[in-house]
Design a protein around this ligand. Sequence first.
Ligand SMILES: *[C@@H]1O[C@H](CO)[C@@H](O)[C@H](O)[C@H]1NC(C)=O
Ligand SMILES: *[C@@H]1O[C@H](CO)[C@@H](O)[C@H](O)[C@H]1NC(C)=O
Length: 128
Amino acid sequence: MPKPLFPVALLLLLISSAPSPAAGASSVLCNTSYYTAGDPFAISLAYVLSDLVVSGSARPGQDYYSISPYPNAFAYGRSSCSGNLNTVNCSYCLRSAVGVVEKKCPMAIGGRVELGKCGVRYEQSPFV
Ligand SMILES: *[C@@H]1O[C@H](CO)[C@@H](O)[C@H](O)[C@H]1NC(C)=O
Ligand SMILES: *[C@@H]1O[C@H](CO)[C@@H](O)[C@H](O)[C@H]1NC(C)=O
C-alpha cells in the first residue's frame, strides 16, 4: 500500500501559508553602462537621490519625480512609497532603497530598487 500523501500535502500547505517574503521583497536592476569618476552626472545623481528621499517622502502613496538642476549632466529620478506608510516611515524606506541602489549599482547610469513598501529609480534620460 502506498504511503499516504497527507504529510506532503501538509508540508506544501505550511510552506504556502508561511509569512510572505514579498513583505520585505527587494528587487534590483542596474543599467550595464557606467559613468566614470569625475563625470558631472555623479553630482546630478547625488542631488536627485537626496531629493527623492527628502521631497519624495512628503506624500506617501504618490509617485514623486525629480530632475537635477545642473545643466551639464541631467539625472532623472522617481520614488514611490506605499500609501500605508506615514512620512517618517516613507523617508526611512526611501533612504534604505537609495542605500541599496548605491551599493548594488555603483556608477551605473541607471538603477531601480523595489523594497516591499517603497522604491526608487534613476536614469540619465526622462522616463515615466
Ligand atoms: C512607522 O514606524 C513606526 C516605528 O518603526 C511603527 O511603530 C509604525 O507602526 C509605522 N507606521 C506605519 C504606518 O508603517
Ligand atoms: C541604460 O541607460 C540607457 C541610457 O539612459 C537607456 O537607453 C537604456 O535603455 C538603459 N538600459 C536599461 C537596461 O535600463
